[in-house]
Design a protein around this ligand. Structure first.
Ligand code: AMP
Length: 216
């Protein structure tokens, strides 16, 4: 099963992708995570992307398409992939379709997680992740079971994203409204879009996504 998760920044795509990966043995392909790795490694792409990410703008389509092309494959190891953060523009959606045809793959579900914009800033400003395994946490909604220790791998170092500040979040929301939201009709037209209410607890939202993809 291959899934696309769509939604504004802070909608919970990364959190729900982690849960879905465990439940359905999927591999998460997060373009945001890949870009943060590129920035950390100091690669040419990382150097180009750093400022763009910190401004809250989108990295150019040609760079994104080239980056993901090498990652979408039948050999990802799981029973399918979750695309988290890609596609984000109509050009990316069209390029993705061409890649899938070439590799003989198909997307089974496109899930749009919907949230009120006023909760997004609160959600984003409290989030952090394990520096070692990347597991996601939140100051209010999901603290590690043992304070300061990652539930998943036991590491004690955590990171907060440089672009998770109020000003950048506003630019990211604008990029979502102007460049990403227009791809919703593209998937609606194909009959594959399922909108899920992303308000409420992580468990509640996860239950709704599972119900949507199981068709119950
Ligand atoms: P995310 O972790 O998905 O919130 O992505 C963080 C940042 O990486 C975004 O605000 C963009 O600057 C950049 N980014 C991630 N995915 C894409 C994409 N598919 N297209 C363009 N820029 C992206």
């Amino acid at each position: 099963m291959n899934l696309i998760l769509l939604g504004a920044p802070g909608a919970g795509k990364g959190t729900q992708a982690e849960r879905l990966c465990d439940e359905f043995s999927l591999v998460q392909l997060s373009t945001g995570d890949m870009l943060r790795e590129e920035v950390k490694s100091g690669s040419e792409l990382g150097r180009t992307a750093k400022e763009i990410i910190e401004r809250g703008d989108l990295v150019p389509d040609d760079l994104m398409i080239a980056m993901i092309a090498g990652r979408i494959d039948t050999g990802n190891g799981g029973d399918g992939v979750i695309l988290d953060g890609f596609p984000r523009t109509t050009a990316q959606a069209e390029a993705l379709d061409a890649m899938l045809v070439e590799k003989g793959l198909k997307i089974d579900h496109v899930v749009q997680i919907t949230v009120d914009e006023d909760v997004v800033v609160e959600r984003i400003s409290g989030r952090f992740s394990c520096a070692k395994c990347g597991a996601g946490y939140h100051d209010s909604f999901k603290r590690p079971k043992r304070e300061g220790v990652c539930d998943n791998c036991g590491a004690t170092e955590f990171n907060r994203r440089a672009d998770d500040n109020a000003e950048t979040v506003r630019s990211r929301l604008e990029a979502y409204r102007e460049q990403t939201a227009p791809i919703l009709p593209y998937y609606e037209g194909k009959g594959s879009l399922q909108a899920v209410d992303g308000m409420g607890s992580i468990d509640d939202v996860f239950g709704r996504i599972k119900a949507a993809i199981k068709g119950v």
